[in-house]
Design a protein around this ligand. Structure first.
Ligand SMILES: [Mg+2]
Length: 385
C-alpha cells in the first residue's frame, strides 16, 4: 500500500460569542485537515491544531500551503506502515535538508503542525488497512472508556455571578464530574472569588481544574496559588509563560500544594521529555495535533510510564481517546460541552463519539473511526495544498 494523494484543508468557524482566556480572545476555532489517499483505495484523515496558523492570517495559510507542497514528496509513494521513517524525515527538516528537500528550519513550528496532521492520517490508514482501531496499533486499549473533563468558565463580557452558577449547573446536568476554570485574566483576588462561587455551586465531590494559559509571573502565580488552595484544586495548568517555564515551574512547585499540569504548548517529544525528567509536572498534557502526531504521543507515553506521570490530552478527544486508552498512565481527555465553544467538534464528523456522564467510550471502528462531513469541509474550509 502506498500513499498516492495528499490533500490539505484549513477550516475556520466563527464563535457566536467570543470568549477570553488570560492572554487571548477566541473568536473562531480552526483545524488543519490532511486527507491521504492510497493505491488500495483507502483514505486516512488527520487533524492539526489550527489557532497557531490563524493568528498569522492569510500569510500563515500561504506558509503552510508552501510547506505542504515542499514536504509532499516525503509522503507520496510511501507505505503508511513506515510512519516512523516518514516522521523522522519530516522532523529532520526542522533542522537540516532531507532527501534533497531544503531545510525548513525557519518555519519549523508550522512544519511540525503540518506533520502532525500527516502523521495522524498515517495512523488512521494503518488501522483501516488491517481493519483495527488505532488504539490496537498503539498497544491495545487498557480501558473501555476514558474520562473527559469539560473546559469552560471562560471570561465573557458582562459576566455576572449568576452566569457562573448557570454554567456550572449545565455541566453537572450533562454528567461531567471534572470542570476546568480559566484563571489569570483578572486579579488573583477576583479569580479566587469566581472559583469560590463555582466550588460552592458544584459541592465538594466535583474536581476543579484551573488553567492560567501562561498568564502569570512567578510571584503572581505564587500569590494566586495561596489564594486558590482553599478550594481543593485538582490541578493548576500552565501558570507561567514559556520563556522561563523550566525555572519558574520548578520554583512554583516548591511553594504550592496544588498539583501542576503543563505540556500542551510543547511541540516535540524532546520538550515533553524535559517536563518529565526535570519533574516539572504532576500531570503531563500532550496535544498530538501540534506536537508531531500520534508518533510523538507514543514516544512521550513510554517516558510518562517510566516516570509514573499521568497523561492528559489537549483538545481533539476524538483522536486522543485512542492514545489515552492505550497509554499505561493515560488519564483524561479534554472536551467542550457545546457548539458555542467549538462548532467544528459538533459539525465536522458524520458520527461523533459522544461523551456520556463524563466518559468517552473507546471506539472499535477501523482507524480513528471518524468520517468527515463534506458539507462542513465546504462550509468552513479552504483547500491549501
Ligand atoms: Mg490549556
Amino acid at each position: 500500500m502506498k500513499v498516492t494523494v495528499l490533500e490539505t484543508y484549513f477550516l475556520s468557524a466563527p464563535l457566536p460569542q467570543p470568549v477570553r482566556t488570560s492572554n487571548s480572545t477566541i473568536s473562531q476555532v480552526s483545524e488543519v485537515i490532511v486527507k491521504l489517499t492510497t493505491d488500495a483505495g483507502l483514505v486516512g484523515i488527520g487533524e492539526a491544531h489550527g489557532p497557531f496558523l490563524l493568528q498569522q492570517g492569510p500569510a500563515g495559510l500561504r506558509t503552510v500551503g508552501d510547506i505542504v507542497q515542499r514536504i509532499t514528496p516525503l509522503v507520496i509513494g510511501q507505505d503508511p506502515f513506515h510512519a516512523e521513517q516518514i516522521w523522522q524525515d519530516l522532523f529532520g527538516l526542522t533542522y537540516t535538508s532531507v532527501k534533497g528537500i531544503p531545510t525548513l528550519a525557519k518555519q519549523h513550528r508550522q512544519l511540525v503542525t503540518a506533520m502532525s496532521a500527516i502523521d495522524i492520517a498515517l495512523w488512521d490508514l494503518k488501522g483501516k488497512a488491517i481493519n483495527r482501531p488505532v488504539h490496537a496499533l498503539l498497544g491495545g486499549a487498557l480501558r473501555e472508556r476514558v474520562p473527559a473533563y469539560v473546559t469552560g468558565f471562560y471570561y465573557r463580557d458582562g459576566e455576572r455571578p449568576d452566569d457562573l452558577v448557570r454554567e456550572a449547573t449545565t455541566y453537572l446536568d450533562k454528567g461531567y464530574r471534572t470542570l476546568k476554570v480559566k484563571v489569570a485574566g483578572l486579579t488573583p483576588e477576583a479569580d479566587a472569588e469566581r472559583v469560590k462561587l463555582i466550588r460552592k455551586t458544584v459541592g465538594p465531590d466535583v474536581a476543579l481544574m484551573l488553567d492560567a494559559n501562561q498568564g502569570w509571573s512567578l510571584p503572581t502565580a505564587e500569590r494566586a496559588a495561596r489564594l486558590l488552595e482553599p478550594y481543593d484544586i485538582f490541578w493548576l495548568e500552565d501558570p507561567m509563560p514559556w520563556y522561563d517555564e523550566r525555572g519558574s515551574l520548578a520554583r512554583l512547585k516548591t511553594s504550592t500544594s496544588i498539583p501542576i499540569a503543563a505540556g500542551e504548548t510543547e511541540y516535540s517529544p524532546f520538550g515533553l521529555r524535559t517536563m518529565l525528567t526535570e519533574r516539572l509536572v504532576d500531570y503531563l498534557i500532550i496535544d498530538s495535533t501540534w506536537a508531531g502526531g500520534l508518533t510523538t504521543w507514543r514516544k512521550a507515553a513510554v517516558m510518562a510510564e517510566m516516570y509514573q506521570v499521568p497523561l492528559a490530552a489537549h483538545h481533539d478527544p476524538q483522536i486522543h481517546v485512542h492514545a489515552v486508552a492505550a497509554s499505561p498512565t493515560g488519564f483524561i481527555l479534554e472536551s467542550f460541552a457545546d457548539s458555542t465553544r467549538d462548532p467544528l467538534w459538533f459539525e465536522l464528523f458524520r458520527e461523533r463519539p459522544e461523551i456520556v456522564n463524563g466518559f468517552m467510550q473507546v471506539p472499535d471502528a477501523p482507524g480513528l473511526g471518524l468520517e468527515l462531513r463534506e458539507d462542513t469541509l465546504e462550509k468552513y474550509g479552504v483547500r491549501i495544498g
